[in-house]
Design a protein around this ligand. Structure first.
Ligand SMILES: [Zn+2]
Length: 66
């Protein structure tokens, strides 16, 4: 993710898993994170953190017949 100033956003803080989650539920839980631009210091809150990681397990892709 790139800031409008051209700087790179780095992760500053990651949401902690709710303590009641089991290990299996944690795999499906999408955490959010706060990111800060290294260029101008702008902070963006609640950006998706785990989103990309779980995408492939949710998607069903047909592989036969083509
Ligand atoms: Zn910036």
């Amino acid at each position: 993710m790139i800031c409008k100033c051209g700087g790179l956003f780095v992760v500053k803080r990651i949401e902690e898993y709710p303590s009641e989650l089991t290990n299996k539920e944690k795999l499906l839980y999408n955490r959010v994170c706060d990111v800060e631009c290294v260029g101008c210091g702008e902070i963006q809150y609640s950006q998706p953190y785990d989103d990309g990681r779980t995408l492939n397990t949710v998607k069903k892709i047909k592989t036969d017949g083509c």
